[in-house]
Design a protein. Structure first.
Ligand code: PLP
Length: 357
């Protein structure tokens, strides 16, 4: 019954997350989760949250967590914002900075939540094409024509943009916000967090969901000039004063403090990523050079011969039937490709066995 829906709700095309199928024999390589558990210190911190802490509202400004993040990244407390996952921060940022009546510039192949937020807030889009090799050229953005957002590394390609190229764009693009979505930056891209004090229009979002194994906790962070952070706080405090609960604040602090565990799991993922890339290439797949915790691979064999399904879709379905979940989009320039999240080395060996079966 849609009788009570407003026209806005009727017109929405919501984001569709990857399938969350679970079970003993399921290998889940479809939502870019971390295959390793969070640090034991995080689990201890969660266990130590007292009933008294839960009885009360959490610190609405998450000061201790933001202080830990500020110290870790070498910025000030006033440069840090935290939210209930980086998706929430993006939603707040779109409202705070992109509803200025100018079209938002973002790549044609990118994180599919951006058009959803544009739709939600009636923001026009200016779509910027990736190059033929799927890389993202900063020169395609028109400085000062409208705000800009892109992930670095991009999703689902996994390709990273060098810091110098972003810096060059920032020198010209001074009149609107540039939001760099660094959800996967800890797996190989060069972060631009260190530039937030140089450019008052640079906002950088990151997440605890990927490199820090805390997708289930919902914890995101943004870095930017004090005035951008204050803008986010104004929107947050007009929507939900307590987006980061007490458990998530404790978990986030413990995760930041256990740097060696974090670095060790990152290097295990990178090792499995390199192994999987090599294995797929040796089987004729084209694999883009990933700086993320997933790879983007073109499935060999011509597509749509005599109206057949693309080979990538066939393989996607075959893997799914065998309990190996990967991501597939039947869209122009994507329909021959699979996005495969990096699991444990055993997950990736099983993936290869299924491909070979
Ligand atoms: C590019 C990109 N940005 C942001 C997010 C959101 O992450 P989260 O809301 O878990 O912090 C994702 C999640 O997959 C992503 O791929």
């Amino acid at each position: 019954m849609t009788k009570f829906w407003t026209d806005t709700v009727k017109g929405l095309t919501p984001y569709v997350p990857g399938e969350q199928r679970s079970g003993d024999n399921i290998i889940k390589l479809n939502t870019n989760e971390n295959p390793y558990p969070p640090s034991p210190e995080v689990m201890r911190a969660i266990g130590n949250v007292s009933s008294d802490v839960l009885r009360r509202y959490p610190d609405p400004e998450s000061v201790e967590l933001r202080e830990a993040l500020a110290a870790y990244h070498g910025v000030a407390l006033e440069n840090v914002f935290v939210g209930n996952g980086s998706d929430e921060i993006l939603a707040l940022a779109f409202l705070a900075f992109f509803t200025d009546g100018k079209a938002l510039q973002y790549p044609d192949i990118t994180y599919s939540f951006y058009p959803v937020y544009c739709d939600l807030y009636s923001i026009e889009s200016q779509i910027v094409s990736l190059e033929a090799d799927y890389s993202l050229s900063m020169e395609r953005f028109v400085p000062n024509a409208g705000s800009i957002i892109f992930p670095n590394p991009n999703a689902p390609t996994g390709l990273a943009t060098p810091r110098d190229s972003i810096d060059t764009l920032l020198k010209k693009h001074t009149e609107q916000v540039l939001l760099v979505d660094e959800a996967y930056a800890d797996l190989g891209a060069q972060s631009v967090v260190s530039l937030v004090n140089e450019y008052p229009n640079l906002l950088v979002s990151q997440t605890f969901s990927k490199g820090r194994s805390l997708a289930g906790m919902r914890l995101g962070v943004a870095f930017g000039d004090k005035s951008l952070i204050e803008g986010l706080q104004r929107v947050k405090n007009s929507f939900n004063s307590y987006p980061v609960d007490a458990v998530a604040q404790a978990a986030g602090i413990a995760s930041i403090e256990d740097d060696s565990y974090y670095k060790q799991t990152l290097s295990q993922i990178i090792e499995s990523r390199d192994w999987t890339t090599e294995q797929l290439r040796s089987r004729g797949f084209e694999v883009l050079a990933s700086s993320a915790n997933f790879i983007f691979a073109r499935v060999p064999r011509p597509t749509k011969v005599d109206g057949c399904e693309p080979a990538a879709h066939e393989l996607f379905q075959r893997l799914s039937a065998a309990g190996v979940l990967v991501r597939y989009w039947k869209k122009p320039r994507l329909e021959d490709w699979l996005r495969i999240s990096i699991g444990t080395s055993s997950d990736m060996s099983k993936l290869m066995d299924c491909i070979d079966a």
